[in-house]
Design a protein around this ligand. Structure first.
Ligand SMILES: *[C@@H]1O[C@H](CO)[C@@H](O)[C@H](O)[C@H]1NC(C)=O
Ligand SMILES: *[C@@H]1O[C@H](CO)[C@@H](O)[C@H](O)[C@H]1NC(C)=O
Length: 488
């Protein structure tokens, strides 16, 4: 339906986006079924030298053999040998594909990294899964948290999800072109602007406190197109006149050096995700960019697999090329929206990728000391961590896999005990019409109360009504919230 609507040439983009938002938002009030192991596929490119690391980050803590793993290695002979091994141990449920190095000796594996999602999608028969968990061979995904994070996303929409966006040479700039997930309700967008910063920069003793103002909040993208993401950035940086200029803005040194490819779709430079931090790609996004289109993204000659020496295709990093490929094909990055913050760098407390809770030290601490709610929530929805490639990476990975389930079970118990388990940011994003979230600054949490039904929230009068209807209407237990949100 999305493609059909978007293809209607007569509609302006803004109208299309509006229309889609209202169609999809009505469906968003009810919860989607929880994601199962067979819905998720781990995808990584690697090479013979790093196979042990790639295996550790894929196999450690894998919940069941229904969660598939696709590796793309450097030679067909190696892939054949490893597939032979898997044939003897089917419960590994691993598939090995291969893709050649590119000629540039400095970053030989980067076109393999860039092709990995498309090679995997093809090997999986073009579907039969919902999400690719795509990262480098030293990226470790926290699978239960990923499931929690993605529970309300529609995997048939084109989603490439991350909150680590490189833009203007910075990693967490809040003006970076992006959208929020489609199911995020307007009430959350409004409240997120007011939410106090949970992780303000440290100030020396005696220094006056810093005053932060409303942060830019990206629009829900239904779907997230480069045009929408770009307009957001231009709006919040005062650069709207760029929309009328014939040539798109160049913000990154790489674009200044390599230029934009032919047919570049937007008036802004594209941001890119960080491969090491990991990224979540929906089956809808994979369907939007064909295998042939991906080959065009990475090669000038798609039969010989060659690109002009010195060009972006020959020299750029895999994550930059993949981000550009999605962008060229109409898919911009979606920010889960949990790290939106009033200061420039996004709120580490709410980060899904590069989460401050995603380290051995933090998880050990979680099991020893009482933690604030912000930390507990981080453990609940952190997505992945970049373990890196060094002598201790493999040990670290197995240690993370040991600690994580314990820390998560503890976090869940604690949140339940505090009576806030279903009152987190993710819950706040899917408020049904008629209810209301308020930010409780003292408790540092969202409070939800169901409305009398049908009414839009955010009106003063209604607030009084809620008061009058009595405190009984305010929900404290997660069973009530589940029931009100349509059941889990
Ligand atoms: C591999 O994963 C698929 C999809 O989850 C599943 O249908 C299949 O049974 C799994 N194979 C094994 C041997 O577990
Ligand atoms: C940008 O600003 C224009 C004009 O104020 C507004 O109509 C539009 O919805 C805004 N777009 C985004 C994506 O913020």
């Amino acid at each position: 339906m999305i493609q059909e609507l978007a293809a209607r040439a007569g509609l302006s983009l803004a109208l299309t986006v509006l229309l889609l938002c209202s169609i999809l938002r009505d469906a968003a009030g009810s919860r989607r079924p929880a994601l199962r192991d067979e819905d998720l596929v781990l995808v990584r490119a690697t090479c013979e030298k790093r196979l042990d690391l790639a295996h550790a980050t894929a196999r450690a803590g894998r919940p069941s053999s229904a969660l598939r793993v696709v590796y793309v290695v450097d030679t067909p002979a190696l892939a054949a040998r490893l597939n032979g091994h898997v044939a003897r141990e089917p419960r590994l449920n691993e598939t090995y594909l291969s893709w050649p190095d590119r000629p540039d000796p400095r970053k030989p594996g980067d076109s393999r990294v860039a092709m990995a999602p498309w090679l995997s999608h093809k090997a999986l028969g073009g579907g039969g899964y919902k999400w690719l968990l795509y990262g480098d061979d030293d990226t470790y995904f926290f699978l239960d948290s990923v499931r929690e994070l993605l529970r309300d996303y529609d995997p048939d929409l084109p989603y490439v999800v991350t909150d680590v966006l490189w833009h203007k040479r910075k990693r967490y700039l809040s003006e970076a072109p992006r959208c929020l997930p489609c199911h995020v309700e307007p009430a959350y967008v409004e409240k997120a602007k007011m939410r106090p910063d949970k992780d303000p920069p440290k100030r020396p003793a005696g220094a006056p406190s810093l005053q932060f103002h409303q942060p830019p909040i990206p629009p829900p993208g239904c779907p997230c197109t480069p045009e929408l993401a770009c307009e957001f950035t231009l709006n919040v940086t005062g650069g709207r006149q760029a929309l009328t200029k014939p040539i798109p803005r160049k913000w990154s040194p790489e674009t200044k050096y390599w230029g934009f490819p032919e047919g570049y779709p937007s008036k802004c430079d594209y941001p890119h995700f960080h491969g090491g931090s990991g990224v979540l790609v929906s089956v809808g996004a994979m369907r939007k960019v064909s295998y042939e289109a991906a080959l065009e993204c990475y090669y000038d000659d798609t039969d010989k697999l060659t690109a002009k020496p010195g060009s972006l295709k020959a020299d750029a990093h895999g994550d930059r090329m993949t981000s550009l490929c999605f962008w060229m094909n109409g898919v911009a990055l979606t920010d889960p929206g949990l790290g939106l913050s009033q200061h420039e760098h996004m709120n580490q407390a709410g980060h899904v990728f590069d989460s401050r809770a995603g380290s051995i030290g933090a998880l050990e601490r979680a099991l020893k000391e009482p933690l604030s709610e912000a930390w507990l929530w981080s453990i609940m929805f952190m997505g992945a961590v970049h373990v890196g490639h060094h002598a201790k990476s493999i040990d670290m990975t197995w240690q993370l896999a040991q600690l994580y389930p314990k820390a998560r079970a503890y976090a869940q118990e604690e949140l339940k005990r505090k009576g806030v388990l279903r009152l987190g940011e993710l819950d706040a994003q899917v408020l049904r019409r008629g209810g209301k979230w308020t930010w409780d600054a003292d408790g540092g949490r969202w409070d939800w109360a169901p409305g009398p039904g049908g009414k839009e929230d955010g009106e003063e009068e209604e607030e009084e009504e809620h008061g009058a209807a009595g405190k009984a209407a305010a929900l404290a237990t997660w069973n009530d919230v589940d029931a009100a949100l349509g059941g889990a």
